[in-house]
Design a protein around this ligand. Structure first.
Ligand code: GLA
Ligand code: ZN
Length: 694
């Protein structure tokens, strides 16, 4: 595994960890800018994202550009060698554009056209919005691409965050075009959508509409295809902006900031269009370990989007956000711990929204690197400066990889299908994934979050939670994986349908029945608060299970646990099946998390996967591997002391410059980055996705 510093991808980026945030100088008089730049130096900032919401300021009237202020900002930043991640400035179209082109405003599922005056008020397919954006991008690229400060391009902003779908006439026509490319004939579409049901058959393409508000359940095939189409449309918007930059500056390097496991956006596809993966992380500081794990999952997901390359933490809050019902602050040390947790999982950039807290507007109560209070005596600014100084010590970590022997299979396709209405229950895919991810996090075992189509050769254990939509190719790949000696862990409601939302007949998990050695005939969804229990071989106490209980017919699998109650009593709930040189474990319900962790721990042990160290609960331990060096990140996410047994790990902590060996006591929110020389090679070389033709 070759280390890949971000500089080897975008050579104009500064050396070392990237540190900074969104910088919105247009919100402030010019007199403030010089103070900004001075304070940035003090904080150790080396990169800022500029002009994200500047369209109206850059083009106050159609075709009438004003770049003078941006020239001065970028030049000023460069006097202190602060680099710029320059935005395409398309995130919020100006008022004149919405007025001249009311059809560019998005239409919701009920047919209501949304108003301007907020942000992201555009139909993703709007020709006027796209053309206006591309014109502006051309001007920006001509003027700034060669500027030594402009190291990277920030395409749009959180595309699809607020406006992730539109049901206007333009989208309706584009949907029909998209469908004609997907289905050769109308008969094929009718067959795929199952339109024989409820007299839904289409006789002409023109009859097909977006799935707007309907009297009752919408056609699942239509809803699924619309999710695919909208994700593609938003991705096409992204690709169009990238193309507009590269038309002028073919060598320009680009990124765009994604969000969590954002439902509408198939990032596996989107991030082929850019050079670097980036995301905005806002765990609730009051949410405890669950929130820490959700952020860790997304770090692993984004690392996987570009074949394991380092990614950018493009935004986070220094302390509070403004958009939850109650916005908790981050107590001293927590922002640092959360930042190191991102770096541990492959981030080579720690950036914030935003540099200076806004004085006016909807986000004036969102925290920033420079608070309203000022910097003098500020706790927040002190922590910002301290973090900047500490990240400088991690230059050697840049580019290092995060090797993992466990893969967690996740896809947007599967999520869209699973979450289409009219199911045995309303499934929450992200929560189903997080049970397994959480167990692995608790065990401090590194995980690659990968698409179910990804090659699996590098892994010893593959976890497939609720792989509801199963394609022939995926079934073949999982079969081959188990055959070769891998351990497959699959959870309930897997292998139920194909990619058209058609049931695999004969019982789930469909094409994988022989691999798991079982077939599912029935299931019982349990309302919140209700549970069954598991009788586990070799354990006296039953284990609670909830959410969903499937009834299995065993065809070769052995029961590891059976149900305790109802007519399910005595029937298998957790099974294992030897298949080829490997094994396939099926979990037909949602067991209590502590026990699930035990189950996963047994599987990992059988297949030779270990944590790097033994640590107290709430301590995250992750290894990054660089050129001849490896780094053990330890992060205590709790506000109490925590012990870590370093075992065979000993070395120098890059943060404190102290030697570490034996038993370590981590202070509340404490972090260590223990480095040591490495002689062994890491074998896994994940494949990098290729950009699609634009
Ligand atoms: C998102 C946006 C930013 C800002 C922050 C606030 O991440 O990209 O512009 O609105 O949220 O948390
Ligand atoms: Zn539209």
């Amino acid at each position: 595994m070759t280390p890949t510093p971000l500089r080897s991808i975008a050579s104009k980026l500064p050396a070392g960890m990237l540190y900074g945030g969104d910088y919105n100088p247009e919100q402030w008089p010019e007199a403030v800018w010089s103070e900004d730049v001075r304070l940035m130096r003090e904080a150790g900032v080396n990169l800022v994202s500029v002009a994200i919401f500047s369209w109206a300021k850059l083009e106050p009237r159609p075709g009438d550009y004003d770049f003078g202020w941006l020239d001065r900002v970028i030049d000023l930043l460069w006097t202190e060698k602060i680099s710029v991640c320059l935005a395409t400035a398309t995130a919020s179209p100006p008022a004149w554009l919405s007025r001249a082109h009311p059809e560019s405003l998005p239409v919701d599922v009920n047919g209501t056209r949304l108003s301007p005056g907020s942000r992201q008020h555009y139909c993703p397919n709007s020709r006027a919005y796209r053309a206006g954006g591309r014109r502006l991008i051309g001007e920006l690229a001509r003027r700034y691409a060669a500027h030594p400060a402009v190291a990277l391009w920030h395409v749009n902003n959180e595309i699809g965050c607020h406006t992730h779908e539109c049901f206007c006439e333009v989208c309706a026509a584009d949907f029909r075009t998209w469908l004609r490319a997907r289905y050769d004939t109308l008969e094929e579409l009718n067959e795929s959508w199952g339109t024989a049901f409820w007299s839904q058959a289409y006789g002409e393409w023109a009859e097909i509409l977006p799935p707007r508000k309907m009297p009752t359940f919408r056609n699942p095939g239509q809803v699924l295809d619309y999710a695919r189409f909208m994700s593609d449309a938003l991705c096409d918007l992204l690709a169009g902006e990238v193309a507009a930059i590269r038309l002028v500056a073919p060598e320009a390097k680009v990124t765009t900031n994604g969000m969590v496991f954002h439902r509408p956006a198939d990032y596996h596809r989107w991030y082929r269009e850019v050079d670097i993966a980036a995301w905005d992380s806002y765990p609730d500081p009051a949410g405890g370990i669950d929130e820490v794990q959700a952020a860790a999952f997304t770090h692993d997901l984004f690392r996987g989007l570009r074949g394991g390359q380092p990614f950018m933490l493009m935004e986070q809050a220094t302390t509070q956000v403004n958009w939850r019902a109650t916005n908790a602050l981050k107590p001293p040390g927590q922002m640092r711990a959360i930042s190191f947790a991102a770096v541990a999982r492959g981030a080579d950039a720690v950036m914030f929204f935003q540099w200076r807290a806004a004085r006016a507007g909807a986000e004036k109560f969102h925290s920033a690197m420079v608070p309203h209070f000022g910097t003098e005596g500020s706790r927040v600014f002190r922590e910002v400066c301290a973090l900047g100084a500490e990240l400088k010590k991690l230059t050697g970590v840049c580019g290092a990889r995060v090797p993992a022997r466990v893969a967690l299979l996740v896809s947007w396709e599967n999520r869209w299908a699973l979450e289409v209405e009219s199911k045995p229950m309303a499934f929450d895919y992200a929560a189903m994934i997080r049970s397994y991810y959480g167990a692995l996090w608790d065990l401090n075992v590194a995980v690659d979050v990968v698409h179910p189509d990804a090659p699996l050769e590098a892994y010893a254990v593959v976890v497939a939670p609720a792989l509801y939509q199963l394609t022939r190719g995926q079934a073949e790949s999982l079969r081959a994986f188990a055959q070769r000696g891998g351990a497959l862990v699959m959870s309930y409601f897997s292998g139920v349908v194909d990619e058209r939302e058609h049931i695999w007949l004969g019982g789930s998990p469909g094409l994988l029945q022989d691999v798991l050695g079982l077939a599912v005939e029935e299931w019982q969804p349990l309302p919140a608060g209700e549970s069954n229990a598991l009788v586990v071989a070799g354990r006296t106490e039953p284990v609670a299970c909830k959410i969903f209980c499937e009834l299995l017919h065993l065809r070769g699998a052995e029961a590891l646990a059976t149900y305790a109650h109802g007519f399910f009593a005595g029937r298998a709930a957790i099974t294992t099946h030897r298949f080829g040189a490997g094994e396939a474990i099926y979990v037909a319900t949602e067991p209590d998390r502590t026990w699930l962790t035990t189950l996963m721990s047994d599987v990992l042990e059988r297949h030779g996967v270990k944590a790097p160290v033994v640590a107290a609960p709430g301590v995250e331990a992750v290894v990054r591997v660089g050129e001849g060096m490896e780094f053990l990140f330890l992060i205590n996410h709790r506000a109490e002391l925590a012990m870590v047994e370093l075992g065979e790990w000993s070395g120098r902590d890059l943060v404190s410059d102290q030697a570490c060996t034996g038993t370590l006591s981590l202070e509340p929110y404490g972090v260590r980055v223990i480095s040591r020389a490495r002689d062994r090679e890491v074998s896994a070389v994940p494949r990098l996705p290729q950009a699609s033709a634009v």
